[in-house]
Write a protein that binds this ligand. Sequence first.
Ligand SMILES: [Zn+2]
Ligand SMILES: [Zn+2]
Length: 335
Amino acid sequence: MDAIAAAQVLSEIGYLLRQDPKEVFRAKAFSAAAWAIALERPDLEALHKANKLTSIEGVGAGIAKVLAGLVETGRSSYLERLRAETGQPARDDESTIDLTAYQGDLHAHTDWSDGRATMIDMARAAKALGYKYLGVTDHSPRIKVVNGLDAERLLAQSQQREKVEQEVGGLALLQGIEVDILEDGALDLSDAVLELLDIVIASPHVKLRQEPTAMTERMLRAVSNPNVDVIGHPTGRRPGSREGATYDFERVFREAAAHGVALEIDCDPARMDLSPEQARLALELGCTFSLDADAHAPTEFAYVPMAAWMPRRAGIPMDRILNFRPLEALTMVAK
Ligand SMILES: [Zn+2]
Ligand SMILES: [Zn+2]
């Protein structure tokens, strides 16, 4: 059992626990331990032999017991019990996700909006992970608290992007935006601005509890905008703290597939809002996916390897996930 496989088990346990409001504290502990393992990649076998699994950050006796079981048997009876209790059926059609083929993350923030690192620090971290590209997708102006970018600041950011790309070398920085989907489905920046960008992620952030018919119309309008490439965290749900949007998922996903708009699997453990069941529905309806960390700091890129259990459990083949495509094959960048 390698560290990433173990991190995925802990991450899935964290996800399943998080669905129960009483278990949020324990869920966070599992997610935090998964993150520490995805970042540090410790030798679990050696630590287990030395009886030192609790030396890993965030790993107490309970989580150490789960890890010990993983090292000894390759499986987790605790995860299996949770899957049964939460109605997650055993699957014989899981896909294979080869993370070494991951080409780049399409959704990342910098201190131009609410990220906690500079663009060059994010770019260097992505390069160190072997990424070939990184989407610089800060927020649009509507949400004032995150210092969102209007057209003027986007232009200034694109000038910095060019310099950073030259300085880092070997990593394509895609100029993008995470644009807010407004209540009526219009976007928070004009089409004239959006069409200049390499990548446009349109996300619902506010008024998520809109009545489902209106929410469906809102999402349909967003996926029909020809400048939109990806729908970011499609429901906005934060399990355990915020309910997400409810809409006619089948209609919206079908329309997304028709327009070639990808749905994001947001790997932030506080989100993972596209459930495995919804991801599976979207797969059946012909959608493509974007597997992103939505990182606000370099260490958060590790969210992707720990959350890769989700596309695997949903049976999504790698060729439906944009991040496994080389830059030249990302059609949104070319258009
Ligand atoms: Zn967002
Ligand atoms: Zn974001």
